[in-house]
Design a protein around this ligand. Sequence first.
Ligand code: ARG
Length: 464
Amino acid sequence: KEAKLWGGRFEESVTDAVERFTESISYDKALYKQDILGSKAHASMLAKQGLITIPDRDSIHQGLSEIERRIENGEFEWRTDREDVHMNIEAALTDLIGEPAKKLHTARSRNDQVLTDFRLWCRDAIDAVGAKIKHLQVSLVKLAMENEGVIVPGYTHLQRAQPVLLQHLLLAFVEQLERDAGRLLDCRVRLNFCPLGACALAGTGLPIDRFMTSAALDFTAPMKNSIDAVSDRDFVLEFLSANAITAIHLSRLGEEWVLWASEEFGFLTPSDKVSTGSSIMPQKKNPDPMELVRGKSARIVGDLVTLLTLCKGLPLAYNRDLQEDKEPVFDSVKTILGMLEVSAEFAQNITFNRERIQKSLPAGHLDATTLADYLVKKASSMAIPFRTSHDIVGRAVAVCVSNSCQLQDLSLDELRSIHPVFDKDVYEFLGVENSVKKFSSYGSTGSACVASQLGDWVTKLEIT
Ligand code: ARG
């Protein structure tokens, strides 16, 4: 057996079970690029500070580049007995270039090294998730652009509430996604500080330049407290929280579309490209991708809870428990990227069934609230307070319910028998088309407000 890099004080080697149990190479090899980047920056700094020679630095750089090439060509042998990505690369570098490699770990511990790698990895992942969020936003805005003027029932409690423009509804999801992207950016700002040089926990007496490595790796600044630097995982918690919130938004979008694709709603039809069938029922065409978007949000919430639970109760500073921080993050990122991608594809492959939607609009007295507003406006001289107008319209609705008709079917006499303030202009407020037009204040569903929202998104997302 090869001696461990840390093997000096040991007389016996670890058992196979312990080796298998403690390894992380099977998954943390995903950090190889960041590990090599960090090591190169560290070697450059050591050379500038006179801690290693220039030829040592150059041979470390060349060796690391060669290792990166081998990894990318599948020629690199990842060894479980070398534990993790850091020791695999360092030991391979020693195999490759000999003595100079043994100087690379000067003024560095795996504790600050792993966090440097992980912060760099998360930074890239945040950018990738952000780009996919934008792509979904663009798909939703385009879908809205294709559906100008379509009125749909808006729901509360899943009961018919008020008529809204379909564009308005789609743009609601775009707004949510914008805040999701914003949370990622906030997290990125706080994450972007460099732990390298914190060493095991106490820093070092060697004359290193942490500002140099921090700048070389595009961090804002070195982390100020070496103990904090190797202990902190709140950047991960923040990232996973942001992903979890995004996942919940996507899950709600998934639920909406699954519901709308049902026979009972029939408001949308996904194309075959985004549907799957049943192994037994020949007629079936299911919206599985959006069901899985809904389903996979569970994993992402689970990943966050795993990390929260992992960190709870850990004393400062580094504890080996923290090695368990990586898989949930990798899982969360892979899952959210897939969810965002598939949601965008689904958005590009659905048709709203305008006729069916149109036919459904008369049900549910969607214009009742508009009628209540009519009374408030109409009667400002007669001073009908909203609470009273609510009651008047409620009585009108009750008449409709017992006659199985809509508010607009009531005659002026019938309306006046409920309250004398009704006038013939009331019919300009009844029916969903009229009703939607009345929503004109900022942020409402009226066409002018929605057109201006849409215009803002087209500009912001640079849609051409
Ligand atoms: N593989 C370890 C991790 O991911 C690296 C740090 C190990 N440090 C230690 N002292 N054992 O956390």
